[in-house]
Design a protein around this ligand. Structure first.
Ligand code: UD1
Ligand code: CA
Length: 470
């Protein structure tokens, strides 16, 4: 195979998105559309990848700074797709081989299709090969005008005759070009069309006039070359991508009760024999082990979850780790840095942040645990709060193995509760509790006999409960 170079066009305004953000940074199933395209490009192992930016170039460039080896060229103003290609001429000077053109707003194209395009291009000895598709509704696309079997030219919607508008074979805008002689020919394209733009598809007619060979390859699945121009198309492409992800997981042994309401990002892994109930979102680089059950209304972002875990309804879990045989929820919030070790349980209305809950430990009701390191087999009573913030800095709480924290306790950090220690209900712990001891902070309880009757008399014989006003 000759050398491969890739160019990605991303300079357009994306007017129809009506967005302050560059169109290609809008996400499809959790990944910006331009990243889908750059990942496809990377899978092809090209010698160079060049991206043409223009509208909000600086913003796009900084958003893509993580892609090493990506070359940026700026197109300003944007005078059409042929003009965009010319901007890359200096970057590709002296290069030979094949140049494949991709679009940052066509995220579903697969690397396999590009490989087939390159194979067709090299085996036919063509100077340009156009990726085409038959579609139901060709409106808005460039049409492939044939002269017998051969492609003769491409005509844009606005410049097409009514007969040409009937053609259902469309230009995907994706091409393979032989670099030798390419730029020379593109310089010859004139903006003679309804929009006054330099149209790259005009290269087909230029090449045919010069007697150079132009080939086509038709994709069987037209979805692959779908472009995104509006929010409605963004939603439509996202739906297709998600359906495929769900189908892939179901084929791998995952039960998805209602694929229509299950949102799973492209990089998420789910082990076999898991059950996912309706209305679940699994996002980012989340990976779930085997045999788990995720109930309705759960959102998990960038988490690692072990085997046989149950996540009950309505939990939000982000940037956290959950060991095997653990359970979470309902209504729990695991914030970044929460780590539930094997067999740990977190229940109703419990919030964790930067907190390790050791093996077999439990916090079942109404607790806030932040910046805490909690050992094995610890019981955290209902309403326990780590007071981790003094208004300036966050402080740590350490709770050693086997400790028992009574309900409605406040642990004022920094503080350590020793191994097997007890904290009585309602205690405000301000000092370390040594291992094996009991901490209580409230004074002894006093019962004042006859207090209610005395109060009633004072209030002038009112018979209602104390404090009640009519
Ligand atoms: C283009 C093709 C059309 C094809 C369709 C497929 C042309 C003239 N027409 O039309 O035959 O059927 O794609 O989707 O090429 N861009 C730049 N700089 C520019 C203009 C565009 O970088 O000066 C980029 C845009 O960001 C976009 C892509 O090129 O990613 C396509 O441009 P767009 O204006 O959307 O072309 P279409 O009208 O869709
Ligand atoms: Ca387009």
């Amino acid at each position: 195979m000759p050398d491969l170079h890739i160019i990605v066009l991303a300079a357009g305004k994306g007017t129809r998105m009506k967005s302050a953000r560059p169109k290609v940074l809008h996400s499809v199933a959790g990944t910006p559309m331009v990243d889908w395209v750059l990942r496809t490009a990377a899978a092809l192992r090209p010698r160079t990848t060049t991206i043409v930016v223009g509208y909000r170039a600086a913003e796009l460039q900084s958003a893509l700074s993580g892609h090493r080896d990506l070359r940026f060229v700026v197109q300003e103003p944007q005078l059409g797709t042929a003009h965009a290609l010319l901007m890359a001429e200096p970057a590709l000077a002296g290069r030979t081989g094949i140049l494949v053109m991709l679009y940052a707003d066509v995220p579903m194209l697969t690397a396999e299709t590009v490989v087939r395009l390159m194979e067709r291009h090299t085996s036919s000895g063509a100077s340009a090969t156009v990726l085409t598709a038959d579609v139901e509704n060709p409106y808005g696309y460039g049409r492939i005008v044939r002269d017998g079997e051969q492609i003769a030219r491409i005509v844009e919607e606005r410049d097409a005759s009514s007969a040409e508008r009937q053609i259902r074979e469309i230009n995907s805008g994706i091409y393979a070009f032989t670099l030798e002689g390419l730029f020379e020919a593109v310089h010859g394209i004139a903006p003679k069309n309804a929009q006054g733009e330099y149209y790259l598809p005009d290269l087909v007619a230029v090449y045919r006039r010069q007697g150079r060979k132009v080939e086509t390859l038709k994709v069987p699945d037209a979805d692959e070359i779908r472009g995104i121009n509006s929010r409605a198309e963004l939603a439509e492409v996202s739906r297709i991508v998600r359906q495929r992800k769900n189908a892939e997981l179901m084929a791998g042994g995952v039960t998805i009760e209602d694929p229509a309401t299950t949102y799973i990002d492209r990089d998420v892994a789910v082990g076999a024999d898991s059950i996912i109930h309706p209305g679940v979102s699994l996002e980012g680089n989340t990976s779930l082990g085997q045999g788990r059950e995720i109930h309705s209304g759960v959102r998990i972002v960038n988490c690692r979850v072990g085997d046989r875990v149950v996540i009950k309804n309505h939990c939000l879990i982000t940037d956290s780790t959950i060991g095997s045989d653990a359970s979470v929820g309902p209504f729990a919030h695991l914030r970044p840095g929460a780590e539930l070790q094997d067999g740990a349980h977190v229940g109703n209305f419990v919030e964790l942040k930067k907190t390790v809950l050791g093996p077999g430990s439990k916090a079942m009701h109404l607790a806030y645990l932040g910046n805490a390191t909690i050992g094995a087999k610890v019981n955290i009573g209902a309403g326990t709060i780590t007071c981790n913030y003094d208004g300036v800095t966050k402080h740590s709480t350490i709770i050693e193995d086997g400790a028992f924290i009574g309900s409605d306790s406040q642990l004022v950090a920094p503080v350590t509760i020793g191994k097997d220690a007890y904290v009585g209900s309602g205690t405000t712990v301000r000092e370390d509790v040594p291992p094996g001891s009991l901490a209580v902070s409230a004074g002894a309880q006093r019962n004042i006999e006859g207090w209610v009757d005395k109060k009633k008399k004072k209030q002038g014989g009112s018979s209602g409960p104390a404090g009640k006003r009519s």
